[in-house]
Design a protein around this ligand. Structure first.
Ligand code: X8Z
Ligand code: ZN
Length: 645
């Protein structure tokens, strides 16, 4: 995960978009002789250890393709070294949050940020040269490799790195207190709860007021982030402009083998394809919630209050499954009781998820994975519980960090995290710049694909359920459970970065942060704040990826792509019949195909990686095929209901 933060992805066009910025201009500015090229212009101070740009240097020889090759080779070597330091400090910080570990992490990040910005500027001297395709691609990936571009000014760079570390730390340490929480936490006396405990209230309770208090509490933790985030945006944009981008969002959107504008148009196209499915699910869910809470609280034709969907961000609604189950008690769509009945613990869940990958003929995880990962929430210190997968220093030192609870949600998340680890494992032989997903949606989609293969047959094969029901009713229940995860998520997956793109571009001003957030949530997700909000609040900060500065549209891509992966691998595995009944468990042929795609890393534009599986373009056709039976059922249920908001 951490490595992914620094390494970007690919683009389709073999002619990079930044070509056309006059390469002769670099020489005219004298930048290639100084500390890195690009901006700021000559008078700016250099990074430590570099000659100042103002020193009169002999006119440099014109760059050559061979020099570009050597530049990339040296970059890859130095990056690996810097990542080793930065990943280790990040690991220690994320598993033991203190002022000291935050400071150490910020220092290492500042160094890495300086390095990346300097190299991105230097690399511009190779623009326009007739380069080897691998070098051309590496330069493209390098240009888009940073999620947080560093300002050249050392003091401001340090400030930005410290802000990044503190923001994530604030989230990790977050707690909410209220007399109403007494008896609801792990410590029954405590009135102060952490995110996991507050989430448990939203998952289990149908007491409107208690849920509201949990929601209010957690959304209070991010208020103090607001001024920090505002400055964070300012400094990140300063770094982006120095690299020749309009703002940070342009870097984030530019890494998909197409122009930033084409990319956001493509995301809109995909949303248009899946929107009817979301609206049908929203409509049915709202009807059931109205029956639970009454029409005054859940009005007809209006957005749903955000605190009653079973999840802190209303991003996945699986906790509402008991309310929404189409055929009461049929099948085993909810695995939590089975996991508990069969006495699964964190390690058994990890081993079971690993077992899925090895059943495909993929390698077992290294012993060090089991020794170095964090599987359980420590009792005595603050950690960043939000799950992540790591390849520390791109060295094959694979780990996950996750506060595993024995429930279905975490079982699915484990497959998700191991998907990252197997990507790390199989692209490990690529040069550092290619050690990344074909695009970041691919990285997020691997484990999620396997989770679709958790069918009744699979459950029987691993002995988690002894006699799973295989009937159309049980299948429909399973589809409902999956939809509450995968379809409910889609608008949320899209809107987070819509908000951030507008924040980075300045379209959304700091004085409108919260209002713009809720406008998007209402418009796209059909969800409303359950309490009056103001610009004293900073609700985006209550979602990890905002203080964690992790781009989010990758999950939107993944939640569409995973069905394409599933359809392609099921075909290879020889599956016949409806797509939702397929499990690739045990198929070596599917494993070989998957491995072939993973091994490519980011070495080729993503459509080529998709073509390895036999798919031609990113679209929602597989997702629609998968959910077809549920959609027909929902259409009947929603007859006569006023859908939409
Ligand atoms: O952040 C994650 C993973 C780590 S990459 C646990 N996910 C998103 C989220 O939790 O918001 C997976 C699904 C979406
Ligand atoms: Zn992930």
């Amino acid at each position: 995960m951490r490595s992914l933060r620094w390494l970007g992805n690919s683009r389709h066009s073999s002619i990079p978009a930044w070509r056309g910025a006059a390469s002769a201009g670099l020489v005219l500015l004298g930048l290639s002789a100084g500390c890195g090229g690009g901006q700021p212009p000559a008078a700016a101070p250099c990074a430590p250890g570099e000659p100042p740009a103002t020193v009169a240097a002999p006119t440099p020889a014109a760059p050559t393709p061979a020099e570009a090759d050597a530049f990339i080779a040296a970059f890859n070597a130095e990056l690996t070294q810097l990542l080793d330091e930065s990943d280790r400090t990040s690991w220690v910080k994320a598993t033991y949050i203190t002022d000291d570990t935050e400071a150490l992490e910020a220092k290492a990040h500042a160094r890495l940020m300086e390095f990346l910005a300097r190299k991105i500027k230097q690399a511009r001297r190779f623009e326009g040269l007739p380069l080897r395709p691998e070098t051309q691609r590496a330069l493209y990936l390098l240009r888009y490799s940073t999620d947080l571009p560093a300002p050249h000014d050392a003091a401001r760079r340090k400030e930005l790195a410290e802000l990044a570390s503190k923001l994530e730390g604030l989230y990790g340490r977050g707690k909410a207190c209220s007399p109403k929480f007494k008896g609801h936490g792990k410590d029954k006396q405590s009135e102060c709860l952490e995110l996991g405990e507050l989430s448990e209230i939203l998952a289990k309770s149908s007491d409107w007021e208690l849920e509201l208090e949990a929601w209010r509490g957690w959304h209070g933790i991010s208020r103090e982030m607001r001024p920090m985030y505002e400055r964070f945006v300012e400094l990140g944009n300063e770094g982006a402009r120095e690299l020749g981008f309009a703002d940070v969002g342009e870097i984030w959107k530019g890494r998909y083998d197409m122009s930033a504008a084409a990319f956001s148009a493509d995301m809109d196209r995909l949303w248009g394809e899946v929107r009817p499915l979301y609206e049908a699910l929203h409509c049915y869910t709202r009807k059931k919630l109205r029956a639970r809470y009454g029409a005054e609280k859940i009005p007809v034709g209006a957005p749903i209050p955000a605190h009653v969907l079973g999840n802190m961000w209303a991003q996945e609604w699986t906790n509402l499954y008991p309310l929404l189950e189409p055929y009461q008690g049929r099948g085993t769509a909810d695995l939590t009781p089975a996991l508990r009945a069969k006495k699964y613990d964190a390690m058994k869940m990890v081993r079971t998820a690993e077992g899925f990958f090895t059943s495909l003929g993929l390698a077992p995880l290294p012993q060090s994975f089991f020794e170095r990962s964090l599987f359980l929430k420590p009792r005595d210190r603050s950690v960043v519980c939000h799950a992540s997968a790591w390849d520390v220093g791109l060295s094959g030192d694979l780990r996950i960090k996750m506060c595993i609870e024995v429930n279905q949600e975490d079982f699915v998340t484990l497959h998700h995290e191991l998907g990252h680890n197997y990507y790390f494992l199989y692209y490990h032989d690529q040069p550092a710049l290619f050690q990344s997903g074909a695009n970041d949606g691919f990285h997020e989609g691997v484990g999620d694909t396997l989770a679709l293969s958790v069918t009744p047959k699979y459950l029987k094969a691993i002995g988690l359920v002894d006699k799973p029901e295989e009937s159309p009713e049980a299948a429909l229940n399973l589809l409902m459970h999956r939809a509450l995860e995968g379809i409910a998520f889609l608008p949320f997956g899209k809107l987070i970065d819509e908000w951030r793109w507008d924040v980075f571009s300045g379209k959304t001003k700091p004085s409108e942060y919260n209002a713009a957030w809720w406008a998007l949530r209402e418009k796209i997700q059909g969800v409303a704040p359950p309490l009056a909000r103001s610009e004293a609040d900073f609700d985006p900060g209550a979602k990890y990826h905002i203080p964690g500065n992790t781009p989010y549209v990758r999950y939107f891509i993944a939640r569409i792509l995973q069905y394409q992966f599933h359809r392609a691998l099921c075909k290879v595995a020889g599956h016949t019949g409806p797509l939702h009944t397929c499990s690739i468990y045990g198929s070596k042929a599917a494993g070989d195909k998957l491995r072939a795609m993973l091994e490519l890393g980011a070495s080729r534009p993503w459509p080529e990686a998709l073509a390895v599986l036999g798919e031609t373009r990113l679209d929602a056709s597989a997702l629609k095929e998968y959910y077809e039976p549920l959609m027909s059922w929902l259409a009947q249920q929603n007859a006569g209901e006023r859908c939409g908001w």
